[in-house]
Design a protein around this ligand. Structure first.
Ligand code: BGC
Length: 921
C-alpha cells in the first residue's frame, strides 16, 4: 500500500501561495482493501516526527450508505486543515491511513510553505523607473550576507512584468510573472526560494510591459492598467544562529536602461543587447503607489516552459521552420551571433503557397527582433508569447533547424485523462483538444493564443470546462479564474463580464458567457469533490442569477429573458450571422434556468436551506414559463433548430407531451441536413450527449466520425493539430476563411472531449457523491471503431474503462474502479444498474445492432456506401441518374416522396426493405 499524490489546495508543494485554510488531498494505491477505514494527518516544522506541531489523531471513517460520501473522519479527496498557520513558514505533512483489509501505511513527508501574513507590512518600498516611459528599466539592488544562511526567500511583485536574477542566475523557473489577474482590484506577489552567497549579493529585475501596461484587449488603449513600471521586493535571510535579516527595495536601488526596446503580448519583442547602458544608472525613485492595499499572496498555478520541441526546415527558398505542432510559447536559440547581427523571427500558425499565413493574426505583429552584442546567449523573448507552428527567420548568419528550441509555455496542470481508440483520426482529435487546452491555459483560460485577442472569454471556458477537468487537474487554475470573475462581477453590479480580467472591456451580462459564474464552479465541484470551490463561488453563482432576475424584471419579461443583447449560439451554421439560427431569448431563458438550477444544487450541498428553496422555486418558475412560451400546448417546439432541440432536451425543459416529438425533430433535422451538425458554441457541447441519451448513440458517432465539412474530423483532414475556432476555418474548397475572426487554436469545440470520456468510454462523475466517490459507468460501444479506452486519474485513483469488439455481435468491456470509489455501472442493453467497489472487472457483452436508418438516411451518405448504393440502383435507379431538385433534398425518403420520383407505394416499401438489408449487412 502506498499513499501518493499529496496536494494542498490542488497544488503540489505550493511555495508562498495563498492558502487560507488549506485543503489537503492524497491517494491510496497498490493495496488489497477497497476503502479507507481510518486516517491521521500530521503537521510538522521538520521533515520528521520531531517537529510535529499538530496531528488529527487517528480518525475513524464513516460513509453514507446511500451515496458513499464520507460522513466522518478524513476524506482523502479534500480535508480542510483548520488550524492557524504561521506566516512564511515551511510546514511538512504526512498522512497515515488504514484500509478495510487491515493494511496501513504512512506517506512520505511532503511540504507546503505559507506566504506572508495577510496585510503584513513590507520591509520594502515600491520603486519606479526614472526614465522616459518607453525605456524598459532594469532595477538593481544589493545586499550583504553576514553569516551562515539557513534559508532565504524573495517576496516580490513587478509591474508590468519582471524577470529576477540573483548574482547573474535566474531566480526560479517561471516566466511572464507576476501573471495576469484584474490588476486594478488585486495584485499578487510571488515567493521564491533563493540561495545567496556570503558577502555581497547582486539582485536584478528586468522589467517589461506585459498585460499590465502594454497593448492588450479589444479596446486597446483602455486595457492598460497603469503606465509606470513598479517593483516591490523583500529579501529575508534566515541565519543558522536563528536570526533574520530583511532587505528590500528602497532608495538605495538603482535603475539602468535595459536591452528590451519593446515588448507586447500581441506584437512580440525587440531586444537590442547593445542598448543597455550602465553609464545611465541612476537611483530608482520611490513610487507613489499604495498597491499594498490590494496586494495578496499569489493564487492559481505556476507558469513555466513545460516542453521543448524541435523543428525541421520547410523545403523552399525561405527560411521557414516547422515545429510539427500548433503550440504556444516562443523559440529559443542558444548561441553567439556577431556583434550588431540582427535576427528577426516571425511567427504563424499556418502556411499558404509556400509562405507564412499571418492574416488571421489580425493586428498582432507576432515578431521577435534581436540585435546581438557578440556574446553567447539564450536568445529569446521575455515578456510575450506566440501561438504558432511555423516561424520564418531573417538573419545574416545562417541558423540551422537543430539550433531552434520550441518552448511550450502553459500553466502547470497535471495531465490526468487519456483516450485511445482504434481510429487514428479520433486519437489525433483528442490530442488536438489537449494541445488547445495547453495553448489556452496560460495564466487565464483564453479564447485563442495568437491574434490580437487572447482574452479570458467566459463563454469559451464555460463550455470547455468539463473537458478541461477530464484532461487535467486544473482545479487550482480554474479556481483562480473564478476568483477573478467574482472580483470583476462585484464591480459591475452582479453582472458577469464576457472577458475576465475585464481591463476596461465593457461587454457583460450575456447568456452562455455570464453563466461561467455558475457552471464552472459546479463542474469543478463535480470533478474535484472539493466543497471549498462552492464556498468560494456561491456568492458569484447567485449574484449572476439575481442579476438576470433584475434584468427580466426591469424589462417586464420575467421570468423569460428575451430582451438583452446576446451572442446566441455563437458561430452556429444555421443562421445568417455569427449568432446562429436559434432564438436568442430562448437560449437566454434556458441558460437562466440552468444557472438557477445549479445555484439551488450548490446551496443544497452547502446546507443553505433558504437559498436552496429560493433557487429551486425560481428555476421551477423559469421552466414553467419557458414551456409556456416555447412549446405549443400540443407539444411542438417553437424554434426548430438542432440547438433548440438539444438544449431543451439536455436541460429537461421539454414538457412530457413534447418529448418524443422533440427527439424526433432533432433526428429529422440531422437527417435533413445530411447528418451534418449545425450547432455553435452553446449547442455543440450537448449535441452528442443528448443523442446518446435519447438512444441515438450511433448518430453521435456518425457526427463525430464525419470527415467532411462540417465536423471535427474535417479539421484533421486538413492537417489540424489543434481545434479550430470555426467549423470552416478552412473552407470546404481548401481556401482560408476570409473572416477576420479565424483562429486555428480555439478550444470551444473541443468540448466534445468530455463526451468521449462520459459516453464513448463511459466514465463520469456523479452528483450523488462528487469527486468520483461515485463513478457513473455507462459505455456506448460503436461498431464504427474496433476499440476505445479511457484512463482517468480521479481524485481517488486510476479509473479505466475499455471496450473492444470480439466479433460483430460481441464485445468485451473492462473496468477498473479506484480505491474508495463506488461505481454504478449500466452495461449496454442492460437495464439493471450494478454497484461495484474497487477492483478490476471484465464482461463479455452481446450487443444488438443499432436500428438502421432505412430511408431516413441522407441520400449522399447512402450512395457513398457500396451495398446501400447497390440496393438503390436496383430499386430506385432514378436516384442514381438524378431527379429534378435532388440537390435541394437530403434524405432518401425525401427523394422517394418527390413528385418526380415516380415510385409506387409498393416500390417504396421494396426499396426500404432492400436499403435496410444493405444497412444491416
Ligand atoms: C472570441 C470568442 C468569443 C467571442 C464572443 C471572439 O472574438 O474569439 O471565442 O467567445 O468573441 O463574442
Amino acid at each position: 500500500m502506498k499513499i501518493t499524490g499529496l496536494k494542498v489546495n490542488h497544488l503540489s508543494k505550493p511555495l508562498g501561495f495563498e492558502l487560507n485554510k488549506p485543503v489537503l488531498s492524497y491517494r491510496i494505491e497498490d493495496c488489497e482493501g477497497s476503502f479507507q477505514t481510518e486516517a491521521m494527518i500530521q503537521l510538522s516544522l521538520k521533515p520528521d516526527e520531531s517537529g510535529v506541531v499538530y496531528e488529527t489523531g487517528i480518525l475513524k471513517n464513516a460513509y453514507d450508505s446511500e451515496t458513499g460520501r464520507v460522513t466522518e473522519g478524513i476524506d482523502s479527496i479534500g480535508w480542510k486543515l483548520d488550524v492557524s498557520l504561521l506566516p512564511r513558514t515551511r510546514y511538512f505533512w504526512r498522512v497515515y491511513a488504514k484500509t478495510d483489509a487491515g493494511e496501513q501505511a504512512f506517506s512520505d513527508w511532503d511540504w507546503f510553505e505559507t506566504p506572508k501574513a495577510e496585510g503584513e507590512a513590507w520591509k520594502a518600498q515600491w520603486i519606479t523607473s526614472p526614465f522616459e516611459k518607453d525605456v524598459h528599466p532594469v532595477f538593481k539592488g544589493s545586499f550583504e550576507v553576514r553569516g551562515e544562511v539557513e534559508s532565504a526567500r524573495l517576496y516580490c511583485i513587478g509591474l508590468g512584468m519582471y524577470e529576477a536574477s540573483l548574482n547573474g542566475c535566474p531566480v526560479g523557473d517561471e516566466v511572464l510573472m507576476p501573471g495576469f489577474y484584474p490588476y486594478d482590484k488585486c495584485l499578487q506577489y510571488q515567493t521564491y526560494e533563493i540561495v545567496p552567497c556570503k558577502g555581497l549579493n547582486r539582485i536584478e529585475f528586468v522589467m517589461g510591459d506585459g498585460w499590465y501596461k502594454g497593448r492588450y484587449g479589444l479596446k486597446w488603449k483602455v486595457m492598460r492598467y497603469g503606465y509606470a513600471y513598479r517593483l516591490l521586493a523583500e529579501i529575508r535571510v534566515r541565519y543558522t544562529d536563528g536570526t533574520e535579516e530583511v532587505f528590500g527595495t528602497g532608495s538605495d536601488w538603482k535603475a539602468v536602461p535595459g536591452a528590451i526596446q519593446m515588448d507586447s503580448i500581441y506584437d512580440g519583442e525587440t531586444v537590442d543587447m547593445n542598448a543597455s547602458d550602465p553609464t545611465r544608472a541612476c537611483p530608482a525613485p520611490i513610487a507613489e503607489f499604495d498597491g499594498e492595499k490590494i496586494l495578496h499572496a499569489r493564487s492559481g498555478t505556476r507558469l513555466k516552459i513545460q516542453e521543448r520541441r524541435s523543428a525541421v526546415r520547410v523545403p523552399g527558398d525561405k527560411a521557414i521552420y516547422d515545429f510539427g505542432q500548433n503550440m504556444v510559447g516562443w523559440v529559443e536559440i542558444h548561441r553567439a551571433l556577431p556583434k550588431g547581427c540582427r535576427l528577426v523571427i516571425r511567427y504563424a500558425e499556418t502556411m499558404r503557397d509556400g509562405e507564412l499565413y499571418r492574416e488571421n493574426l489580425r493586428g498582432a505583429k507576432c515578431t521577435f527582433t534581436y540585435v546581438s552584442d557578440g556574446k553567447e546567449e539564450r536568445i529569446r523573448p521575455h515578456f510575450t508569447f506566440f501561438g504558432f507552428r511555423y516561424i520564418e527567420i531573417e538573419c545574416d548568419c545562417a541558423i540551422s533547424a537543430e539550433e531552434l528550441v520550441g518552448c511550450v509555455i502553459h500553466s502547470e496542470m497535471d495531465r490526468i485523462g487519456f483516450i485511445k481508440t482504434s481510429d487514428e483520426w479520433i486519437n489525433r482529435l483528442f490530442e488536438n483538444i489537449i494541445w488547445s487546452q495547453k495553448g489556452n491555459f496560460l495564466e487565464i483560460p483564453t479564447d485563442c493564443p495568437q491574434r490580437d485577442e487572447r482574452m479570458g472569454w467566459t463563454g469559451d471556458i464555460q463550455v470547455f470546462s468539463d473537458a478541461a477537468l477530464y484532461n487535467t487537474d486544473c482545479a487550482a487554475f480554474l479556481r483562480k479564474f473564478q476568483r477573478d470573475l467574482a472580483l470583476e462581477q462585484k464591480s459591475i453590479d452582479g453582472s458577469v463580464p464576457c472577458v475576465v480580467p475585464m481591463g476596461g472591456y465593457p461587454l457583460a451580462g450575456v447568456t452562455g458567457w455570464g453563466d461561467a459564474a455558475a457552471v464552472i464552479p459546479w463542474q469543478l465541484y463535480l470533478h474535484s469533490g472539493d466543497i471549498g470551490v462552492l464556498e468560494q463561488s456561491f456568492e458569484s453563482m447567485r449574484g449572476w442569477v439575481d442579476y438576470i432576475t433584475r434584468q427580466t424584471e426591469a424589462q417586464n419579461t420575467a421570468p423569460l429573458w428575451t430582451r438583452s443583447q446576446q451572442l446566441g449560439d455563437w458561430l452556429a451554421l444555421d443562421g445568417t450571422d455569427v449568432y446562429g439560427g436559434t432564438d436568442r431569448g430562448m437560449i437566454a431563458t434556458a441558460y437562466y434556468y440552468y444557472s438557477a438550477y445549479l445555484t439551488a444544487l450548490a446551496a443544497k450541498e452547502l446546507g443553505r436551506r433558504e437559498e436552496e428553496e429560493a433557487y429551486t422555486r425560481l428555476s421551477g418558475q423559469i421552466r414553467d414559463a419557458f414551456r409556456a412560451e416555447y412549446f405549443t400546448p400540443a407539444g411542438r417546439i417553437a424554434c426548430e433548430t438542432q440547438t433548440a432541440c438539444v438544449m431543451t432536451l439536455y436541460l429537461k425543459l421539454v414538457p412530457e407531451n413534447a418529448y418524443e416529438r422533440t427527439c424526433e425533430l432533432l433526428r429529422k433535422k440531422l437527417y435533413e441536413a445530411g447528418m451534418q451538425l449545425e450547432t455553435g458554441f452553446l449547442g455543440t457541447p450537448w449535441l452528442l450527449p443528448i443523442l446518446t441519451a435519447i438512444g441515438n448513440a450511433d448518430m453521435a458517432y456518425r457526427l463525430l466520425l464525419r470527415r467532411e465539412y462540417p465536423g471535427w474530423l474535417n479539421e484533421i483532414a486538413h492537417g489540424a493539430t489543434t481545434i479550430w475556432e470555426r467549423w470552416n476555418s478552412i473552407e470546404p474548397d481548401g481556401s482560408m476563411n476570409r473572416d477576420q475572426m479565424n483562429s486555428f487554436n480555439h478550444y470551444a469545440y473541443g468540448s466534445v472531449g468530455a463526451w468521449m470520456f462520459r459516453s464513448m468510454c463511459g466514465v463520469a462523475p456523479d452528483e450523488r457523491a462528487p469527486g468520483f466517490r461515485v463513478l457513473r459507468v455507462e459505455p456506448h460501444p460503436s461498431r464504427r471503431m474496433a476499440f476505445a479506452e479511457a484512463e482517468l486519474m480521479t481524485p481517488l485513483g486510476k479509473a479505466k474503462a475499455a471496450w473492444k469488439w470480439t466479433d460483430k455481435a460481441h464485445a468485451t468491456f473492462a473496468l477498473e474502479v479506484p480505491f474508495g470509489c463506488r461505481a454504478l455501472v449500466r452495461l449496454p442493453g442492460e437495464n439493471e444498474e450494478l454497484t461495484l467497489t474497487k477492483g478490476r472487472y471484465e464482461w463479455n457483452l452481446e450487443i444488438a445492432p443499432d436500428a438502421p436508418d432505412g430511408l431516413d438516411a441522407g441520400w449522399r451518405e447512402a450512395l457513398n456506401e457500396p451495398s446501400t448504393r447497390a440496393a438503390v440502383e436496383v430499386n430506385f435507379p432514378h436516384a442514381i441518374r438524378g431527379i429534378p431538385f435532388q440537390y435541394e433534398m437530403q434524405t432518401l425518403r425525401q427523394l422517394t416522396e418527390s413528385p418526380f420520383s415516380e415510385l409506387t407505394k409498393e416500390e417504396i416499401e421494396a426499396l426500404e426493405t432492400a436499403v435496410i438489408n444493405a444497412q444491416n449487412s
